[in-house]
Design a protein around this ligand. Structure first.
Ligand code: UDP
Ligand code: MG
Length: 308
């Protein structure tokens, strides 16, 4: 059974050598046939050159995909999925936050018959803000979607080939691979893994990019925000009707004056509700638009090691 390890790389020049040393040692020690596919996601540092060096050093196991620009971590992984030859595919970050030595643990679970093996970080080594933001989005995803995983942000995961085939068959633009794979899994499980500080460099995810990613996750896997909005809008319109009736009653039956500011308050409230609705609908319409455009998800500049 061949193992494909897939690593997206974006400006990770100082991490690649230690990663490669530890990865090759850990994988060779497993005694299975394996390959690693590095995807250079438009790095502007020396990452591309270093990866080409690895291809020369270990042509037996290293494959390389060079993107034409920065298309994002998930599209990079998708490109590697399409070209990988393994029966099991393992995704891993390049910054050594997920120790390559843990791959064996995931593969043992695959051997037991699980088709998707996720992981959760024992002791997460990230900034305070990131950790709590993660807790919040994990909670929201758990309540709003049918996807059950302890730690959606941990990318050290193993998938059987059949699951990846299904993931590749979807024609979506905004992909969140662990969640998509989970929806196709018949028998998923999770293992606990170690987590370290970033070896070098900074996180490639700003808070803005993280919010975008979580919007992809929520809008990709549930219509609940839209539905909640509809229910909320319905309740608001009932409320404003009742208020209108009450004000009319006051004015014409009781003959009292009604407050001047009441209609304004109601109007402003409804305007704000409308705006939230427009924003949410926009999220879905935007996605429909992207699919209609049918742009390629990425563009590969060159590849190494695929044509034998
Ligand atoms: N990455 C990528 N393209 C991007 C952003 C990130 O290929 O646009 C890679 C990055 O090089 C790393 C992995 O995705 O291998 C995870 O990124 P990072 O460690 O910055 O995320 P964090 O651990 O902070 O969530
Ligand atoms: Mg990281």
């Amino acid at each position: 059974m061949e193992i494909s390890v897939i690593i997206p790389v974006y400006n990770e020049e100082d991490n690649l050598q230690p990663l490669f040393t530890r990865l090759t040692a850990a994988m060779d020690a497993l005694g299975r046939s394996w390959e690693v596919i590095f995807v250079n996601d438009g790095s502007r540092d020396k990452s591309g050159e270093i990866l080409r060096g690895f291809c020369k050093e270990r042509p037996d196991v290293v494959k390389f995909i060079d993107f034409n620009g920065n298309f994002g971590q998930h599209p990079a992984i998708m490109a590697a999925f399409e070209k990988a030859s393994g029966d099991v595919m393992v995704t891993l970050d390049a910054d050594l936050q997920n120790p390559p030595e843990e791959i064996g643990k995931l593969l043992a679970k695959i051997d037991e018959g699980y088709d998707v093996v996720g992981s959760y970080r024992k002791q997460r080594e990230d900034s305070f803000g990131r950790k709590y933001a993660s807790k919040l989005v994990n909670f929201a995803r758990d309540k709003m979607t049918t996807i059950r995983m302890k730690d959606q942000g941990c990318m050290l995961r193993a998938y059987k080939k059949e699951i990846i085939k299904a993931v590749l068959a979807t024609d979506e633009r905004s992909i969140f691979i662990p969640a998509l794979a989970y929806t196709f899994a018949a028998n998923p499980t999770e293992v606990e893994v170690e987590h370290s500080h970033r070896n070098a460099g900074e996180s490639k995810y700003s808070y803005y990019k993280l919010i975008r990613l979580n919007f992809d996750l929520i809008t990709g896997f549930t219509l609940m925000p839209l539905q909640l909005f509809t229910i909320f809008g319905f309740l608001c319109s009932l409320g404003s009707l009742a208020l209108g009736a009450y004000l009319l009653f006051k004015r014409f039956i009781l003959g009292e004056g009604i407050w001047l500011y009441a209609p304004f308050a109601v109007t402003f409230f409804l305007i704000s509700v409308t705006m939230i609705g427009v924003g949410l609908i926009g999220e879905y319409v935007g996605r429909i638009y992207q699919v209609v455009q049918a742009r390629p998800k990425y563009m590969i500049r060159s590849t190494i090691g695929f044509d034998k």
